[in-house]
Ligand binder design. Structure first.
Ligand code: C2E
Ligand code: CA
Ligand code: CA
Length: 407
């Protein structure tokens, strides 16, 4: 066997790929060539199957966590890609929980009903693997049931108008005036009261519901921005740069119809892109840089503004910033919170501001709660701030009253 990478292997005619009795640690996809799978009992060989390019083989002992019950041999020059347990487990973790539960159920049943001819040592090893798997299965089962129930409840909540956008002002540190507002979603649960997004966004993100919820958020924000211009006819003369910020999650962002979806809402509510700012997190730029570049370029061309949310948290690679069409960076609350107690936080804030200024970006300090943090953010050169020190997020009617007196 010759390996061209840790996943791709080449076998010459007659070479054994795996042997009856080996531990099954991977399945294989044939890229090129032909493979024969056979068993040998009492010296007599029986061919079970022949596989060609594109076929998958060797998956059963990977799924069952057993030893190989047959031998695989290359019938000609054969190239295979190995699918290792770690890849399989990772793939299982990342699919919709219902698919993962079904797969686990099939695996579980196969292991129960397939007590192959194993040695005592193998049975012991399997028994402990089985116990571990039972727990994994039970956990996956409970998680899936909860998720499916929560998903349908949340979906009905959107239809029943239980979801509502709250708005938190963003304040200029130069003159303490409100420069824009950030839309933050809330769930008015009939029994649970007001639920914050931290509790239900992950459910939407794990399921397809994020598309429906994302559409609802974008459309509600556009509808209310239109209402705002009627309730406050002078909003843009008093403050030409006034904006509504809309948060986009990663799933929404790479969802191919996003721009069309946004355009439809803008048109139906007669809203101009220049009054909308989209907030995305750094991780989207790092994980999907090409998609991010394409989507952001499209958005920018339409006239939307773009902010990087929770900046400094997680990836914190600053070198990429200049290559994306970004207007604003929002320094994560954790740095603002500890700016006076943690020297590193202060250094990070200074570095972020230094870089942002060098490339002409607007800087917002997030989560300003105290007068000391307000003064600190201003002294360090942040342009705007957002936080409980100024205002908490509030429903539409309250934000209108506030804006009437504070623009
Ligand atoms: P975020 O975008 O970073 O929003 C700021 C969060 O910090 C909000 O929490 C806000 O209520 C809270 N906050 C603001 N000022 C302060 C402060 O001074 N102190 C403290 N402790 N917290 C403050 P919220 O509304 O619970 O939202 C949490 C996260 O959920 C948001 O973080 C955002 O990532 C996500 N989210 C909220 N609304 C939406 C939405 O419409 N769409 C998407 N995709 N995500 C959303
Ligand atoms: Ca945000
Ligand atoms: Ca944030």
């Amino acid at each position: 066997m010759k390996s061209t990478s840790s996943y791709t292997h080449v076998y010459l005619k007659g070479e054994v790929i795996f042997q009856q009795g080996d531990l099954g640690t991977s399945a294989f996809i044939i890229e090129k060539g032909k493979v024969e799978v056979s068993i040998t009992q009492k010296g007599k060989k029986t061919v079970l199957a022949e596989y060609n390019a594109g076929d998958l083989f060797g998956e059963m002992s990977l799924i069952e966590e057993t030893t190989r019950s047959a031998t695989a041999t290359a019938l000609e020059h054969t190239e295979v890609v190995a699918i290792y347990r770690s890849i399989f487990d990772k793939a299982l973790d990342s699919v919709h929980p219902v698919v993962s539960l079904m797969m686990l159920t099939i695996m579980y049943q196969r292991r129960q009903t397939n007590p192959s001819m194993l040695s005592k040592a193998e049975i012991d090893r399997l028994y402990s693997a089985q116990k571990k798997n039972d727990l994994k299965y039970q956990h996956a089962h409970a998680e899936t049931v909860n998720l499916v129930m929560a998903e349908s409840e949340l979906s009905e909540a959107i239809d029943d108008s239980q979801l509502e956008l709250y708005y938190q002002p963003v304040t200029s540190l130069a003159n303490n005036k409100i420069t824009g507002i950030e839309a933050l979603i809330r769930w008015n649960h009939p029994e649970g009261g007001l639920i914050t997004p931290g509790e239900f966004m992950p459910i939407a993100e794990k399921t397809n519901l994020i598309n429906k919820l994302g559409e609802f958020i974008i459309d509600s924000a556009c509808q209310q921005l239109n209402r705002l211009t009627q309730d406050l006819p002078d909003v843009y003369t008093d403050n030409p740069g006034f904006f509504v910020s809309i948060n986009l999650s990663a799933e929404q962002f790479i969802y191919s119809d996003l721009l069309d979806q946004v355009k439809t809402s803008l048109e139906s509510h007669m809203v101009s892109p220049s009054h909308i700012m989209f907030e995305i997190t750094e991780s989207i730029l790092m994980v999907e840089p090409e998609t991010a570049q394409r989507v952001l370029d499209d958005f920018k061309q339409q006239g939307f503004r773009i902010a990087i949310d929770d900046f400094g948290k997680g990836y914190s690679s600053m070198s990429y910033l200049h290559s994306f069409p970004i207007d604003t960076i929002k320094i994560d609350r954790s740095f603002i919170e500890s700016m006076h107690t943690n020297a590193t936080s202060m250094i990070v804030i200074q570095a972020i501001i230094g870089l942002a200024k060098a490339i002409g970006l607007n800087v917002v300090a997030e989560g300003v709660e105290t007068i000391a943090q307000f003064k600190g953010a201003k002294k360090l050169g942040c342009d705007q701030a957002q936080g409980y020190y100024f205002y908490k997020p509030m429903p539409y009617t309250e934000i209108i009253d506030l804006l009437k007196n504070n623009l």
